[in-house]
Design a protein around this ligand. Structure first.
Ligand code: SF4
Ligand code: SF4
Length: 305
């Protein structure tokens, strides 16, 4: 909490057997679209022991990014997660601080699990940076449940969170328990998805998802989906914005995620005339860099006059 995390839990490492069949089917159906890297490291993805030898625990955390101020809704839409500084560095820095604090309390394995060796615990920190089922581990560590929109939902807080993990050889006496799914009969996210990318509860077809198409996809956006972009130029939060659990979302206190005045004031006419220099200046430290200048321009061309 002192580091700014909104939730934290610890899960015991084991193969994610419950996810295996679904993951294989999702890949086989091509729902990962052009994200070919999802086909790699399957076994590590299903068991984090492949990331840290002798891993015993996954410490899962959530960091709030819900913006303090939103862009004018009539102007082109940028996903909330990209308002501030790129999250990779911010989350990893906090995870390293957390790990430092933990190792000050638990400097060797034998103090925590009674083993005879005195090796310091090993650990690696991750945030969207390794073949790791982040939402699954967050669920297993008791942070929340995976909603029908495929996001991790934290009860009383919503889903506008970055997830991060410490995978470690450290063991604890008591692990956290998963939470039950509280979506109930709600289908708001499935109903609101503009492209039908949510083909069923927790079944996302990235080929149709505006987040994928405007951020990860290279080349032209297929005409069928391009016609449904609306004013979205980078990402899409619709399936989160409509989720009733996000009525609890509170603005982030993490200064690095506060939007810059230049991002907040960016208008459609500015974007249509966006030079490479403007792009580099406005998005210098933003996750929007993921789309690259050419990718952003490609999407901007679909904006209606
Ligand atoms: S991000 Fe947008 S397009 Fe993708 S599943 Fe959610 S609502 Fe649908
Ligand atoms: S909108 Fe409804 S169904 Fe979708 S994730 Fe939220 S609670 Fe679950």
């Amino acid at each position: 909490m002192e580091l700014g995390f909104s939730a934290c839990g610890i899960a015991k490492v084991a193969k994610a057997a419950s996810e295996e069949a679904y993951f294989d089917q999702w890949i086989a159906e091509g729902c990962h679209a052009g994200m070919k890297y999802m086909e790699n490291h399957r076994d590590i993805r299903l068991n984090p022991e492949g990331l840290v030898e002798g891993a015993r625990s996954v410490i899962s955390v959530a960091l709030n990014y819900y913006p303090k101020v939103l862009r004018n809704p009539v102007e082109p839409y940028i996903s909330y997660y990209a308002y501030g500084e790129d999250y990779h560095g911010v989350v990893k820095d906090k995870l390293r601080q957390l790990w430092k604090a933990i190792t000050e309390y638990y400097p060797s394995r034998d103090k925590t699990c009674g083993k005879s060796d005195s090796l310091p615990p090993e650990a690696r920190v991750f945030t969207d940076s390794a073949p790791l089922l982040e939402r699954y581990w967050a669920w297993k560590a008791g942070l929340g449940w995976i909603g029908k929109n495929t996001n991790l939902i934290i009860p009383g807080k919503g889903s506008f969170f970055f997830l991060g993990e410490i995978v470690t050889t450290l063991e604890v006496d008591t692990y956290d328990s998963p939470q039950k799914n509280r979506c109930g009969s709600c289908t708001r996210c499935l109903d609101a998805c503009p492209t039908g990318a949510l083909e069923g509860p927790r079944h996302l077809n990235a080929c149709k998802c505006i987040s994928y198409l405007t951020i990860e996809h290279r080349g032209e956006i297929p005409a069928e989906q391009a016609a449904l972009l609306g004013n979205r130029i980078y990402g899409c939060d619709t399936c989160q914005v409509v989720c009733p659990w996000n009525r609890f979302a509170l603005p982030t206190e993490i200064a690095a995620f506060h939007p810059s005045p230049s991002l907040l004031s960016l208008k459609k006419d500015d974007l249509k005339a966006l030079s490479r220099e403007d792009y580099n200046r406005i998005f210098a430290r933003s996750a929007v860099k993921r789309a690259k200048y050419e990718g952003l321009l490609r999407t901007i061309q679909y904006l209606k006059d």
